[in-house]
Design a protein around this ligand. Sequence first.
Ligand code: GNR
Ligand code: NI
Length: 167
Amino acid sequence: MSALKILHYPDKRLHKVAKPVKHIDKRICKLVADMAETMYLASGVGLAATQVDVHECVVVIDVSETHDALRVFINPDIIWFSEERKVHEEGCLSVPGIYESVERANQVHVQALNEHGEKFKLECKGFLAICIQHEIDHLLGKVFIEYLSPFKQIQIKKKINQFDHAM
Ligand code: GNR
Ligand code: NI
């Protein structure tokens, strides 16, 4: 396994749209293992392949407190969104140091393949529902701050600029 480099906003590559995985082969299994290592090392609860500059539909999530419940989603598709929505504070490994409230569906039903190529459906609520929507957005080239007001987005860009210059 090897840890991968995580792209940071405003890197243009974060806006590429990921392509579906055609064959779950050794390369994809290694990508899943490397993404899991990268996510745990960075203390994240999820990671999309887009964030490590691989533009294929692969997501890993572990929302457990014990960090021992890895979930793998290949070609994930949200097949149902609840009408009920909820605001929750979000962060992103690709936008370090920024935490902002985002409104999303409270519950979603997701269909995907696991690393063995088996199709599964998962009913997600709570923090898992937020995470899977955040990760699938990455695969679509979308970063959570794009949900914020234009004013807020400019503020964040300024803050990131200052931070990058100080480094
Ligand atoms: O680690 C993460 N925490 C988090 C908190 C609230 C909402 C979403 C997330 S996902 C984020 C990891 C990440 O950037 N995944 O793309
Ligand atoms: Ni993210």
